[in-house]
Design a protein around this ligand. Structure first.
Ligand SMILES: Cc1cc2nc3c(=O)[nH]c(=O)nc-3n(C[C@H](O)[C@H](O)[C@H](O)COP(=O)(O)OP(=O)(O)OC[C@H]3O[C@@H](n4cnc5c(N)ncnc54)[C@H](O)[C@@H]3O)c2cc1C
Ligand code: SF4
Length: 334
């Protein structure tokens, strides 16, 4: 691990000014924010990330969870994953978010991990984490070790010829289904980014993962008010029940009345290069009877266009079954 300097600003302006001098906010950043450190320190130890300056955001006043006047929720960037998952308003109104966070990592990691750090956490592709291997994300133009290599855990949706890495976050999938908005303070002022526009598809630039620019500090995330009468849940399928990333997961937020679905929000994890919202599946569910035929049609729509790699064709059917089962659970009588 390279040597580095660390600064601990106490206000947003100082934090933004310190990182605005960075060459990039993407792979290869020479200045990085650090929050819980559970992603970044790992990658620094592996020499995958080598920032010379770290700007510690933990002293900024960004650790509050508060109800908004319209009935939604504001979540500060440094709120710990554990605190978010167990907050009474999250448990009551955004069950899918609570379940998604609690399905990830371990208690100890969730106690350190923050909202912003989780949003920006990086892929677990083994070639990305091994500097002796080719990886277009880590070193643009070096090739992709995974496409003809070990790709069992990687993506089947949103891939490109340059990169097939999965977005690893569980929280992000729930945030996508909840239509979260990410609020950023940057060198040019403040802006709000719908989560669907925050993460980028790999295309020809897999090293660029989000829309963040140098100096962009995530300050908070907002959730809209919960849809009246909705039921929401997160179902995660993985190789073992703890300390493991998703092979496939589904975040569903469903409102139904008299056996008919009136509103659906669907996102999938473990299968996409970004948290995978499926408006196609939502279209198949809305105004339809809550039954297996409808659920299966939604699952087919969600996985339409899936492009499996040599080792992960099983994910297509696994993800479909995951969504069907999540929908059954969300619509069965209480
Ligand atoms: C062994 C292990 C198992 C795990 N299992 C899972 C799992 O099953 N599911 C899952 O979802 N996750 C899992 N994780 C990942 C974990 O959730 C993330 O490491 C964590 O959420 C990152 O948060 P952090 O605060 O520690 O981020 P950091 O490591 O501090 O930062 C991560 C990135 O976010 C940036 N950043 C931090 N704060 C800000 C800010 N305010 N504005 C802009 N950028 C910012 C940093 O610059 C850095 O690039 C696992 C991690 C480990 C180590
Ligand atoms: S899938 Fe992406 S992250 Fe993995 S080796 Fe290929 S380019 Fe790198």
């Amino acid at each position: 691990m390279n040597t580095f300097q660390i600064t601990r600003p106490r206000d947003h302006g100082q934090a933004t000014a310190a990182t605005a001098k960075a060459k990039t906010a993407q792979q290869g950043a020479d200045i990085r924010f650090i929050a819980g450190g559970t992603t970044l320190i790992d990658l620094m130890k592996l020499n995958v990330e080598q920032p010379q300056n770290l700007v510690d955001v933990n002293r900024l006043p960004l650790d509050k969870i508060e109800a908004t006047p319209d009935g939604g929720l504001t979540i500060g960037a440094t709120v710990r994953n554990t605190d978010l998952a167990w907050h009474p308003l999250v448990r009551k109104n955004y069950n899918v978010l609570s379940e998604a966070i609690l399905s990830g990592a371990t208690v100890q990691i969730r106690n350190m991990a923050t909202t912003a750090g989780n949003l920006v956490q990086r892929t677990r592709c083994v070639y990305f984490r091994d500097t002796s291997m080719p990886c277009n994300k880590r070193e643009p133009g070096s090739g992709c070790g995974a496409i003809n290599g070990f790709n069992r855990n990687l993506a089947i949706l949103g891939t490109s010829e340059q990169c097939i890495a999965t977005n690893p976050s569980d929280m992000n999938v729930a945030m996508a289904a909840l239509e979260a908005t990410i609020h950023v303070r940057g060198a040019k002022g403040e802006r709000s980014i719908p989560i669907g526009e925050f993460h980028l598809l790999p295309g020809n630039t897999p090293q660029r993962e989000t829309v963040l620019e140098p100096g962009d500090l995530i300050t908070h995330v907002t959730l809209p008010p919960p849809a009246p009468g909705n039921r929401s849940l997160y179902l995660k399928l993985r190789d073992r029940m703890s300390y493991e990333f998703a092979l496939a997961s589904a975040a569903v937020v469903i409102t139904s009345a008299n056996g008919k679905i009136t509103r659906a929000r669907i996102a999938m994890g473990g299968v996409g290069t970004k948290p995978w919202r499926s408006t196609e599946a939502e279209g198949e569910l809305t105004d339809q009877p809550a039954n297996e035929t409808t659920f299966r049609k939604a699952a087919e729509a969600a996985l339409h266009g899936a492009k499996p790699q040599s080792q992960n064709a099983f994910k297509v059917e696994l993800a479909k079954r995951c969504l069907v089962h999540a929908l059954k659970l969300a619509t069965q009588p209480a």
